[in-house]
Design a protein around this ligand. Structure first.
Ligand SMILES: NC(=O)C1=CN([C@@H]2O[C@H](COP(=O)(O)OP(=O)(O)OC[C@H]3O[C@@H](n4cnc5c(N)ncnc54)[C@H](OP(=O)(O)O)[C@@H]3O)[C@@H](O)[C@H]2O)C=CC1
Ligand SMILES: CC(=O)N[C@@H](CCC(=O)OP(=O)(O)O)C(=O)O
Length: 346
């Protein structure tokens, strides 16, 4: 049994890790850690976990944590993993970080987009970007995983095949994205106040969202070309789900069936990417509670653009589900272990 520790279990991604790992037969949730509720039972925070067998929330102590777990998930806000991960890794445990601390290879990018002190360069180099479908071999050998952000997961799964094809102008990408409110975590603020959010939709962090350089970095790395994206996220009054609607300008005459065949071939053996039939446009409800990313393609011959639609559940494929998929790859387990979730519908 692989011993799993979770830091940030009182948050949304942490509690989703617990839900998913309850269905994973190769691992044991050995320890839960909290910076604010040490000694408490998690069921006091989340009554829906009442009678579910779980260890109490323990104190964060890197050396002890490394001794007691084979892998630690850090489901914590930006900045925490930078502090905690080096000691965990030096003491021999593997780390899967759900925050943005190790995703950007250039520390100065992190400083400028996250407004925080970056991790030291050797740790940034060591971290493997955990987009499971694209980096399985590297992930299998990694000790430190930078789990992708929620928007980048949907955007990259949606755009990478086209970016690689060379059919699209690499500076023409426009990524419009909408997220449910759980993407903002469990903390309360005016920004997620029901009466201000309900029956309303708005863009935020326009031209300034921290996932912009992450998407550009990965598209550029994979294609060897500098790719530029215009990224605008929106908050919508629903609990879970991300819809990415992305546009690229075609540089060559490509037919809808060529684009469709490209995606079907790239994702043919990937259990969690479902390429939808032409004309079938995915809804966030169709992946709710599951690890799927559903993608649809549309070539607009009138405007010379290609439109990519991608949906995920931000807490599953965008966070805890992909983190477990990465753990499975790291430990040589079946990639789908613990993740055979049929979407919750309706
Ligand atoms: N929600 C989502 O859809 C996604 C989230 N992410 C990323 O995953 C991480 C977790 O997000 P999410 O679950 O939404 O966040 P939440 O705000 O819901 O939970 C974060 C948890 O982190 C713990 N925490 C806070 N400060 C510290 C600290 N100084 N040291 C240790 N633990 C701390 C808190 O638990 P306690 O008080 O018990 O310590 C808290 O419950 C974030 O970095 C987020 O950006 C990534 C993709 C998607
Ligand atoms: C709806 C919503 O507020 N979403 C969050 C996603 C946060 C996140 O995942 O940020 P990192 O992974 O980069 O830490 C946001 O837009 O900031």
């Amino acid at each position: 049994m692989i011993r799993v520790g979770i830091v940030g279990a009182t948050g949304y991604s942490g509690v989703e890790l617990i839900r998913l790992l309850a269905g994973h037969s190769d691992v044991q949730v050995a320890h839960l850690y909290s910076s604010s509720s040490e000694g408490e039972a998690l069921a006091n925070v989340f009554p829906h976990l009442h009678a579910h067998p779980l260890p109490p929330l323990a104190k964060i102590d890197a050396e002890q944590m490394a001794a007691d777990n084979d892998v630690i998930f850090l489901a914590t806000p930006a900045g925490v993993s930078t502090e905690l991960s080096p000691a965990l890794l030096e003491n021999g445990t593997k780390v899967i970080d759900l925050s943005g601390d190790f995703r950007l290879k250039n520390g100065e990018d992190y400083r400028s987009w996250y407004k925080r002190q970056p991790a030291e360069a050797p740790w940034l180099e060591k971290a493997v970007y955990g987009l499971s479908e694209w980096h399985a071999e590297e992930i299998a050998k990694a000790d430190l995983i930078a789990n992708p952000g929620c928007y980048p997961t949907a955007a990259l799964l949606g755009l990478l095949p086209l970016a690689q094809s060379g059919w699209v102008n690499p500076k023409s990408w426009i990524v419009d994205a909408k997220s449910g409110v759980s993407g903002a975590g469990r903390g309360v603020s005016l920004g997620v106040h029901y009466s201000e959010l309900n029956e309303s939709i708005h863009a935020y962090k326009v031209g300034a969202h921290q996932h912009t350089p992450e998407i550009e970095q990965e598209l550029s790395k994979q294609t060897g070309l500098q790719q530029l994206i215009q990224f605008t996220p929106h908050l919508v009054p629903m609990t879970r789900g991300i819809l990415v609607t992305a546009y690229g300008t075609l540089e060559s005459a490509v037919s809808p069936s060529q684009v469709q065949e490209l995606y079907e071939s790239v994702y043919a053996d990937k259990p969690y990417v479902r390429v939808r039939a032409q004309g079938s446009h995915p809804r966030t409800k169709e992946v709710y509670g599951s690890n799927f990313c559903d993608i649809a393609l549309h070539v607009d011959e009138r405007t010379g653009r290609v439109i990519v639609l991608a949906v995920i559940d931000n807490v599953v494929k965008g966070a805890a589900g992909q983190a477990i998929q990465n753990m499975n790859l790291m430990f040589g387990l079946k990639e789908t272990a613990g993740l055979s979730l049929v979407p919750l519908f309706p």
